[in-house]
Ligand binder design. Structure first.
Ligand code: CA
Length: 232
């Protein structure tokens, strides 16, 4: 699953250049020319990482980052700030707000790629091809193996991708449409109730190790993977 990167940059030449470069590096790109447009895009689907220009017309990059970090649904999305300034104070503000990294323009595509990789590895290991674990349920995207409390769990390809998506975006509620888009791909025409069928299969496969309860139905909205909080 290619990571989706949202780039917020008002200079179209830079936006297009970076988008092209990151697409070639295997990322799925979303681009917005303003923070307002970016927020509208994010109402449709959430990216795995945001590249954020500091100086934007309208809402500033700082204000946008503040909003993202203040919202429980978007808080966990890593942000890399892009700026022409090399001012130490700006760097401090960016990091205080919760940005994960900071790149000063001009930067080479190679440097940007390396930073993105490092942030994803740290914040979203599943996108860097590393194993994910939730309460004893482990998924390894490289070997395509799933285990529950060290017992192998047999999953069909769709259930595997569904689980991978849920584990990568835990605690977020996904509508059936979003799941179809993200797991099946928007090119495929599938009915929404197909999602329910595969969720049922996924839960059944996870029952043997008691991990089926991780996948929750959110009435009227969709599904989410919720990590139980340990009671001490
Ligand atoms: Ca700008």
């Amino acid at each position: 699953m290619a990571p989706t990167i949202l780039m917020v940059e008002d200079e179209s030449a830079i936006r297009e250049l970076i988008a092209l470069n990151l697409q070639q590096a295997g990322h799925h790109m979303l681009a917005a020319g303003s923070a307002e447009d970016a927020l509208a895009l994010m109402r449709e689907s959430l990216p795995d990482l945001i590249l954020l220009d500091w100086m934007l017309p309208g809402m500033s990059g700082v204000e946008f980052a503040r909003r993202i970090k203040a919202n429980a649904h978007t808080r966990s999305i890593p942000i890399i700030m892009l700026t022409a300034r090399s001012d130490e104070q700006d760097k401090i503000i960016g990091l205080e707000i919760g940005s994960d990294d900071y790149i000063t323009k001009p930067f080479s595509p190679r440097e940007l790629n390396a930073r993105i990789k490092a942030v994803l590895r740290r914040r979203a290991p599943q996108l860097a091809g590393e194993s994910m674990e939730v309460n004893g349920l482990c998924l390894n995207p490289t070997t395509h193996r799933v285990t529950g409390n060290n017992q192998p769990v047999e999953l069909g390809p769709t259930e595997f991708r569904l689980l991978q998506f849920f584990m990568a975006h835990r605690e977020r509620v996904h509508s059936r449409t979003q799941l179809l888009d993200q797991v099946w791909g928007s090119q495929v025409f599938v009915e929404e109730r197909t999602v329910d069928v595969h969720i049922r299969r996924l839960r059944r496969a996870l029952e043997q190790t008691g991990h089926d309860t991780l996948i929750q139905t959110v009435r009227g909205i969709g599904y989410r993977l919720s990590v139980p909080v340990a009671i001490i």
